[in-house]
Design a protein around this ligand. Sequence first.
Ligand SMILES: C[S@@+](CC[C@H](N)C(=O)[O-])C[C@H]1O[C@@H](n2cnc3c(N)ncnc32)[C@H](O)[C@@H]1O
Length: 406
Amino acid sequence: MKTELKNRLNHINWDFGTRLVVNNDEVFPFNNRKYHSYPATFIPEIPFTLIEILSSEGAVVMDPFGGVGTTLVQALIQKRIPISIDNNSVASQITRDFFVLFNPLVDIKRSRDRISQVVRTYDENMDYGSSLSSFSRNLEPWYEKKTLNQVAFLLKQYEEAKKSQGTPGVIELFHLCLSNLLTTVCSQNGGWAYIADNVRPKADKMKEKNAIERFLQNINICEKSIRNYKEKLGDSISFIYQWKKIDNVICTDYAMADMSKMIESVDLIITSPPYPKMIDYVKSQRLSFYMEEREFTSELATEIGARARRNQSNTICSYIDSMKKCNTQMVSSLKKGGYLCYVLPDFSKEKDRDRKEAVDEVLYNCISRGMKEEYRIKRCIPGTQRSNNIKWASLRQEQIIILEKL
Ligand SMILES: C[S@@+](CC[C@H](N)C(=O)[O-])C[C@H]1O[C@@H](n2cnc3c(N)ncnc32)[C@H](O)[C@@H]1O
């Protein structure tokens, strides 16, 4: 790695205080996590800064564990071609929603107006619950009665929008905000882990929350924020939408995916892989799976490191095995001289040695495949950015390891 790049990396305050300054200019990464409560997402400053320093405009930037598309959006707003992969179909759909909404051809204000118009027809004297399908009735125990009626109405309107395929961007903005709303207006306030473990709210904890009002607020905030970025970008990112080599958003098990089209095509990989036995990404989205009327058993089976499998004897071995396959994929997709930025937990004070050793082994394996460690950053995670105060899922420190393909 050139000294100039190292110098630039040295000048960043990786704990990210209040302002992010790159090349003496204050910059504003787009904050995906503000619009969806998916667990363990990046703070946007990490991928934004790495993309800015380690790649140029037009570069291909990939995140093979892309979650809800934080890396994808930071690449887009910096005029790089993004590829985001995730095996979780809810997360992939959210990423696709962002990708479509940032398209210069999509008039997001028009999409927002169309949705608001329909949502304002809500009539509290009507019973919308009867329109829930037998599958989406799984939502019933999670909401207070009036809130459930509003959620059922929104679901009905979302289904109608999908059928009519009208104004571009309507389905995506609807999906993004509705998927998030399902968690925020449910009466289980314990965070994603309670939803993942199917702990339904007790009868005395049921709380009325105005889903219609919150939904309208959310689509307004989301529309305004994306429109601001789009106004600054103009048509300058149109070329990204004309790129046809591979889909920009792919929902697949990365360990087993066919990535032959991408051999030596990627300039930069930035990713935070699932950590062993820590989070249940698929199960945490059960409410969205109910909304989409989809089972999640097959996605759960391919999820790497799922906490749900923490008591199985082969958990750590199968984690390492899958991550080694992912390393092979990443190394073969990277161009020579390209960088892989791995954001990993700093498990140096970890009591569970298996977990620490597993993460170390994944890293050594990557190096043994022809990657050279060039830079390492340790950063503290402020309390406000930790995972919902869930102790066993709450990291205090993480590290960013930058490896170069020789
Ligand atoms: C730490 S999260 C990444 C979050 C992402 N950086 C963001 O900001 O949204 C790890 C991701 O890996 C995904 N994942 C787990 N197993 C996978 C697999 N077999 N193939 C692809 N993605 C997988 C999970 O669904 C989860 O979204």
